[in-house]
Design a protein around this ligand. Structure first.
Ligand code: APR
Length: 237
């Protein structure tokens, strides 16, 4: 049985990582254009690095919650592919192996010249340096290949998402069950995923405040991820 799980910030919030758009969420405390855009990077790299340093430390302190653990349990029996908008590594730390991070990973760094949309926009120069990090990136940390400033390997607003269309189409075709969890599904292209799975027979969506307009054909399990996912996994197992 092939299962696709599409997750957002709500999956990790009970581990202690705040969501973006709920009250008290990250975007209430920080301006997206300052900390999560190439333009913000161009204006103030230190501010951006401090924001991600805070998130790096926070996620390292947090532990997988029962929702991550339930997904790992499900993966032992079935073929489970995670498509996540989350940059934390809590799914991996719970034991999940197949995790596709649409928006990048907080524990990876790359050169600021890694691809063409990075600042500065007019540069023709590209550097492919990328590596794992074990400490937050600091202003002044240089790419060992070209000397550019290192930055988090996170997809900012205005940058291309790693959509891997062919792989996605295969997942859509093969999926027996689709589970959405903890996402407001407002940000494209990830938001376009829900309609792509419309023909999948068994579809669930777990969220305390589900956006019912987007969820035609879904079985809505209203509640928190850590309470609803273990129940659903128990039923599927
Ligand atoms: N369990 C499950 N879902 C929850 C929980 C919980 N305990 N608490 C909150 N939620 C739900 C909210 O009801 C909301 O629908 O999680 C969702 C979080 O939505 P957003 O804050 O918009 O986060 P997300 O959908 O992951 O955002 C997508 O937007 O800003 C960008 O790059 C950022 O990856 C992020 C993307």
């Amino acid at each position: 049985m092939n299962i696709v799980i599409f997750s957002g910030a709500g999956l990790s919030t009970e581990s202690g990582i705040p969501t973006f758009r709920d009250s008290g969420g990250l975007w209430e405390q920080h301006r997206i254009e300052d900390v999560a855009s190439p333009e913000g990077w161009g204006r103030d790299k230190k501010l951006v690095l401090d924001f991600y340093a805070m998130r790096f430390v926070k996620q390292a302190e947090c532990l997988p919650n029962p929702a991550h653990q339930a997904i790992a349990e499900l993966s032992k029996r079935f073929s489970v592919t995670n498509i996540t908008q989350n940059i934390d590594t809590l799914l991996e730390r719970a034991g999940c192996e197949d995790v596709w991070h649409l928006h990048g990973r907080i524990d990876l760094q790359k050169c600021e010249f890694h691809h063409s949309l990075s600042f500065p926009f007019d540069t023709q120069f590209e550097c492919d340096y990328k590596s794992r990090i074990f400490h937050p990136i600091k202003f002044g940390d240089q790419c060992p290949k070209c000397g550019g400033q290192l930055r988090p390997d996170i997809v900012w607003f205005g940058e291309p998402v790693d959509m891997r269309d062919e792989h996605l189409m295969q997942l859509v075709k093969a999926a027996d069950i689709f589970i959405g969890v903890g996402t407001s599904a407002q940000v494209y292209p990830a938001a376009g995923l829900l309609p792509m799975f419309r023909k999948t027979k068994e579809k669930y969506f777990i969220d305390p405040h589900p956006n019912e307009e987007l969820l035609n054909g879904f079985t809505i399990l209203q509640g928190s991820a850590s309470e609803q996912l273990p129940l659903l996994v128990k039923k599927l197992l």
